[in-house]
Ligand binder design. Structure first.
Ligand code: CP
Ligand code: NVA
Length: 301
């Protein structure tokens, strides 16, 4: 079953084809109204379930709009309103949902929930973020880099901050797309050890960003982190804020990305978010195009 569960679980050639398809589909829309369907309506007659166990703005709206542009229909479901976690197993939910819909996108907490859904669904399942990874985001990020600067292979990407779920998908992408990835952050917030072979770790942020083609950060407190950890994390991460001083140590034409939502003046200053290095709005838009290509890949459409 062609699920899209993680970047390291997808064929390298398929990942390349998804990014290229996304760019072609974006170009092909030629600025038509957001609600106007694509000419080929590749999801005509298809029904897509979008399940959210955590909040979302970009993932929810971009998947919903993307399905409709491709001629399909959506149902957006909150995990809290379903029987998920109220006694019915994920496996049984997957079996039932597969009788109603053609594709399932799920944003959840535990990776085990996603994997159980994928194992028992008879339709493709897409990972819309777990505590551990966020692959759709990084497909949009690779697309965005290449749209602005050409091939990402061989480039130096630096992540400053928490070694979280979004970082993990960046590490998988570094291997698959062939770019260098440096992590800079405090040791207690290091990425999972299984990722260390794929990355360079440099504690000094100014040294880390030297020669960077792309600088990336994310929130210091993720949705699955306890709010009680907020103050400690802020103290640990303050020195890793992306600001003018840090960005000036990167290449002069380096790009800045953030998956959003951002906490201005915490992990990044407004000066950087709204400044000339930033491509965050293109990055957010490209969620739409990248996910449309991912859905086509999963459905063979
Ligand atoms: N970047 C991202 O996934 O945003 P949402 O949480 O708003 O979906
Ligand atoms: N790391 C963040 C990403 C949000 C899109 C979180 O998991 O909350």
């Amino acid at each position: 079953m062609p699920h899209f569960l993680d970047i390291h679980k997808t064929d390298t050639a398929d990942l390349r084809s998804i990014v290229d398809t996304a760019r072609a589909m974006k170009d092909g829309r030629n600025g038509r109204p957001k609600g106007a369907p694509d000419d080929d309506r590749p999801l005509d007659g298809r029904m897509v379930a979008l399940i959210f166990e955590k909040p979302s703005t970009r993932t929810r709206v971009s998947f919903d709009v993307g399905v409709r542009q491709m001629g399909g229909q959506t149902m957006v479901l909150s995990g809290a309103d379903m029987q998920l976690g109220h006694g019915e197993t994920i496996a049984d939910t997957a079996r039932v949902m597969s009788r109603y819909v053609d594709l399932i996108m799920i944003r959840t907490f535990e990776e085990a929930t996603l994997l159980e859904m994928a194992e028992h669904a008879t339709v493709p399942v897409i990972n819309g973020l777990t505590n551990r990874t966020h692959p759709c985001q990084i497909m949009a990020d690779v697309m965005t880099y290449e749209e602005h600067r050409g091939p990402i292979a061989g480039k130096k990407v630096v992540w400053s901050g928490d070694g979280n779920n979004v970082f993990a998908s960046f590490a998988h992408a570094a291997q698959q797309f062939g770019f260098e990835l440096t992590f800079t952050g405090p040791e207690p917030l290091d990425p999972e050890p299984r990722l260390h072979d794929l990355i360079t770790i440099e504690r000094d942020p100014m040294k880390a960003v030297e020669g960077a083609d792309l600088v990336v950060t994310d929130t210091w407190v993720s949705m699955h982190d306890p709010q009680s950890a907020k103050e400690r994390r802020h103290n640990q991460l303050r020195g890793y804020q992306v600001n003018t001083r840090l960005m000036s140590a990167a290449k002069p034409d380096a790009l800045f990305m953030h998956c959003l939502p951002a906490h201005r003046e915490d992990e990044v200053t407004s000066e950087i978010m709204d400044g000339p290095h930033s491509v965050i709005w293109d990055e957010a838009e490209n969620r739409l195009h990248a996910q449309k290509a991912i859905m086509r890949h999963c459905l063979g459409a």
